[in-house]
Design a protein around this ligand. Structure first.
Ligand SMILES: [Zn+2]
Length: 298
């Protein structure tokens, strides 16, 4: 049984101390942070032993940098982020605040907070000295193009509220393709609520996935990694939770999960848009014929 070096929350410590010898000795905590309720002997119950091993993979399960040109370019950006973590922290605060103003539980707001996260990352890369363009509107899988050492890298940006939600890797928009393309350089921006308190940017690409799932035929590899539905392509459920702890440390930027953020009021994005429409009408004297509406809503 591996010794844990993780510090226990006060709640857990109380529970461990207060428990009868031999009962509730499990050091695991539930997703909401309360102590494990299993009646068990030893350091972990069966479930929490699995969780511990998933989150603390053995040395031979840890993945190594692949040395591909895309990876090198991305790690240059990740490095710059770590050197300027205050700028990254501010980027996360902007994302947190955007979720307060436009709560993503409302469907219309999901596009808003996702789009804001995209713009925040574009601004972040620019601030760090990498010329970055948002191409999400015109490209299918690539969201931003960033220039690193004179080379342009196309990145797929995934904003995932939490790590339990599998980000949509490709939206088929009614035209499912059977073939699964290699995962492009992908950045997953996600936060985990307390007790985990993580605010992270994680890099993943096809080469690291191949290293994580070696020796498989294309078909078996795709079955291990992806879930393909008629409408979209996602990772298999739980894949990120298993994969992220195995990634090279260079692939993860750990920002600060803020204790406090500016207090803001909720706002309707459609109301805000209409206010802008009225404002614009006030300030223009010119007229044009209305555009022909193209029915291709996402
Ligand atoms: Zn347990």
């Amino acid at each position: 049984m591996p010794r844990t070096t993780r510090t226990l929350s006060n709640k857990t410590r109380r529970a461990v101390k207060g428990g009868m010898p031999g009962t509730n000795s499990c050091q695991g905590v539930t997703e909401s942070g309360s102590p494990c309720k299993s009646n068990c002997v030893g350091q972990f119950c069966g479930t929490h032993k699995k969780v511990y091993e998933r989150d603390n993979p053995s040395e031979e399960k840890r993945l190594k940098v692949t040395g591909t040109p895309n990876e090198k370019a991305m790690l240059a950006i990740m490095n710059k982020m770590n050197e300027n973590i205050d700028v990254v922290n501010l980027a996360f605060v902007m994302m947190f605040v955007s979720r307060e103003i436009f709560p993503p539980v409302e469907n219309v707001n999901k596009f808003v907070t996702g789009g804001v996260a995209e713009e925040v990352v574009v601004d972040l890369f620019d601030k760090l000295g990498f010329k970055t363009t948002n191409v999400a509107a015109t490209k299918n899988v690539i969201d931003v193009e960033v220039e690193v050492d004179g080379t342009i890298v196309g990145i797929s940006l995934k904003n995932s509220g939490g790590i339990n939600q599998q980000p949509i890797l490709e939206n088929y928009r009614g035209e499912k393709r059977n073939e699964i393309r290699n995962l492009p350089p992908t950045l997953i921006v996600y936060t985990e609520n307390p007790p985990a308190r993580r605010a992270r940017i994680v890099y993943i690409d096809h080469d690291i996935l191949k290293q994580a799932y070696p020796g498989l035929s294309d078909e078996a590899f795709n079955a291990a990694v992806y879930k393909q539905a008629d409408s979209n392509l996602t990772f298999k459920s739980g894949l990120l939770k298993t994969l992220i702890p195995r990634l090279p440390k260079e692939y993860i930027v750990n920002a600060n999960f803020p204790d406090a953020i500016p207090k803001v009021a909720k706002k309707s994005i459609t109301r805000l848009a209409l206010d802008y429409v009225m404002e614009q009408m006030k300030h223009t004297a010119e007229t044009v014929a209305p555009s022909v509406v193209i029915e291709d809503a996402e």
